[in-house]
Design a protein around this ligand. Structure first.
Ligand SMILES: Nc1ncnc2c1ncn2[C@@H]1O[C@H](COP(=O)(O)OP(=O)(O)O)[C@@H](O)[C@H]1O
Ligand code: SF4
Ligand SMILES: [Mg+2]
Length: 400
C-alpha cells in the first residue's frame, strides 16, 4: 500500500525541455493572447417522452454565455449545483456538441469539429474530472492510465513512454514506482494527482478542471489546489477551474465567472469580485464563504441564506432568472433580462439593481415577494440585523 507521500511536495524533476514561454513561466500574469473565446454558447438537452420519443421540451443547461480566457490565466467558474458548470466545461473542451454559439481556440473555430478534427486539438486542451474514483479505470495500472494519451495520439516521447510517465508521476508528487500499481491502492488525493498527470501528459495549453477537489477530504483539498497552482507557474498552463463555492477558487483564480441557471451573471477579476461584488447572487454566495481573517470575521458575521430552491432549467424564470430568489427584485426584473455589461473596467454584471454601482433602474418598487426572499443568519454577533441593503436602500440609486 502506498503511503500518502508528502502531498505538498514541491514540483520536482521538471524536464528542462518542456517549452515554457518566458512571459508565462514568470508567474501568473496573464498575457493579452486570447486562448479561448466563447460566444453565445448554448446547450439544450432535449427531453423526450413516449414510445415515439417525441421532444417535449429541453433542459437549458447552458443558455447563452460569452467569455474569454487569456493565455496563462486562471478563470474560476462558480455557481450552485445544476447551474450548468460541467456542461460548460464539456462544451469548451468539445466533449459535448453545442446547440448554438461558437467556441474558438487559439483563434480557430472549433465549434463543430468532429472527432477526427478534434484529435490534434486534444493535445492542447485537457480536462480533469471531479471524481478521482470513477474517472480512473480500476482494471488499468497507473502506467497504462497515464500513458493512454500518448497511445491515443500516437506520440512517443523522447526516452520512451514509460520513462515519461514516471517523470510525470514525479511532477505531480507521486513516486515513479507507482507505475505498476492500481487505482484502488491510492487515496483520493493521490488519485486526483494521477488524473492530473494524465491531463498533463501531452503538455496541453488549456486545462479545464471540473470541481477537481470537491470529492476530496478538506485536509487534502488545499494540497491539490496548490499543486495545480505550482504546475501552472512551472508549465505555463491556462486553467478554467470549476467549483460550487467561492472558497476553492479564491486563491488561484485571476478572474471569476459566477453562473446561475445556465447564464453568467457576474464576471470580474478576483479582487474586484471579493471586495465589491455587484450581483446580489454573488453577494449571497460570498456571505457563505468563511472569512479567514479573525478581525474581519467578527465584523462580517452575517450570512445571507437564499430561501427558495434553484428553479428548473427546463422553464427558467422570466426576465432576470434570479428574480424569484432576489431580495432586490422589482417589476423590471420579472420582465426584462438584464444584459451582462461592464459597469467598471474588467467587471461585468447582469443586474438592474447592482450592488456597489449605480442602480440601472432607479425608482422601481421592490416586489413584496422579494422581502421574503432571504433569511439573515448572524453567526458571531447577536445583534439584530437589517436585510442586506434593506429594501428601501435598494431604490436609493448610487451608493458610491
Ligand atoms: N446529458 C444530459 N442530459 C440531460 N440533462 C442534462 C445532461 N447533463 C446535464 N443535464 C442537466 O443540465 C443541468 C446542468 O447540469 P450540470 O452542467 O451538470 O451543472 P453543474 O455542473 O453546475 O452542477 C442540470 O439540470 C442537469 O440535470
Ligand atoms: S436586482 Fe433584479 S436584476 Fe438584479 S439580481 Fe435581483 S432580480 Fe436580478
Ligand atoms: Mg458539475
Amino acid at each position: 500500500m502506498s503511503e500518502d507521500r508528502s502531498e505538498d511536495k514541491a514540483v520536482t524533476s521538471l524536464d528542462k525541455s518542456v517549452d515554457v514561454p518566458e512571459q508565462r513561466a514568470a508567474g501568473k500574469t496573464a498575457s493579452a493572447e486570447v486562448l479561448l473565446k466563447v460566444t453565445g454558447l448554448k446547450k439544450h438537452f432535449p427531453i423526450k417522452k413516449g414510445l415515439l420519443q417525441r421532444t417535449v421540451g429541453a433542459v437549458r443547461a447552458v443558455d447563452g454565455i460569452d467569455f474569454e480566457v487569456h493565455a496563462g490565466e486562471t478563470l474560476g467558474v462558480v455557481g450552485e449545483s445544476g447551474c450548468g458548470k460541467s456542461t460548460m466545461g464539456r462544451l469548451i473542451t468539445r466533449l459535448l456538441e453545442p446547440s448554438a454559439g461558437t467556441v474558438e481556440f487559439e483563434g480557430r473555430d472549433i465549434t463543430h469539429l468532429g472527432v477526427g478534427g478534434m484529435r490534434p486539438m486534444r493535445r492542447d486542451m485537457q480536462m480533469i474530472f471531479q471524481d478521482p474514483y470513477s474517472s480512473l479505470n480500476p482494471r488499468h495500472t497507473i502506467g497504462t492510465i497515464v500513458s493512454a494519451p500518448f497511445k491515443l495520439q500516437g506520440v512517443t516521447p523522447e526516452g520512451g513512454i514509460k520513462k515519461e510517465v514516471q517523470r510525470l508521476l514525479e511532477v505531480v508528487g507521486l513516486s515513479p514506482e507507482h507505475y505498476n500499481r492500481y487505482p484502488h491502492e491510492f487515496s483520493g488525493g493521490q488519485r486526483q494527482r494521477i488524473g492530473i498527470a494524465r491531463a498533463l501528459a501531452l503538455s496541453p495549453r488549456l486545462v479545464v478542471a471540473d470541481e477537481p477537489v470537491s470529492a476530496l477530504d478538506v485536509s487534502i483539498q488545499a494540497q491539490v489546489v496548490n499543486l495545480l497552482d505550482d504546475l501552472q507557474t512551472e508549465l505555463g498552463l491556462t486553467y478554467v477551474i470549476i467549483a460550487h463555492d467561492l472558497s476553492v477558487v479564491r486563491h488561484v483564480s485571476d478572474r471569476i465567472a459566477v453562473m446561475y441557471l445556465g447564464k453568467i451573471v457576474e464576471l470580474a477579476d478576483r479582487e474586484s469580485l471579493y471586495k465589491a461584488p455587484m450581483h446580489p447572487y454573488t453577494k449571497a454566495l460570498l456571505s457563505a464563504v468563511p472569512i479567514p481573517d479573525p478581525k474581519r470575521r467578527s465584523a462580517k458575521s452575517r450570512r445571507i441564506l437564499l430561501k427558495g430552491d434553484v428553479p428548473s432549467p427546463i422553464s427558467p424564470p422570466s426576465g432576470c432568472r434570479f428574480h424569484t430568489r432576489c431580495w432586490k427584485a422589482t417589476d423590471i426584473c420579472k420582465t426584462q433580462e438584464p444584459p451582462l455589461v461592464a459597469l467598471k473596467t474588467g467587471h461585468q454584471v447582469a443586474c438592474h439593481h447592482p450592488e456597489n454601482a449605480p442602480d440601472q433602474a432607479p425608482g422601481q418598487q421592490v416586489l413584496a415577494q422579494a422581502r421574503e426572499a432571504v433569511e439573515l443568519v448572524t453567526v458571531a454577533k447577536a445583534e439584530p440585523e437589517q436585510p442586506p441593503d434593506a429594501p428601501e436602500t435598494a431604490q436609493d440609486g448610487p451608493k458610491e
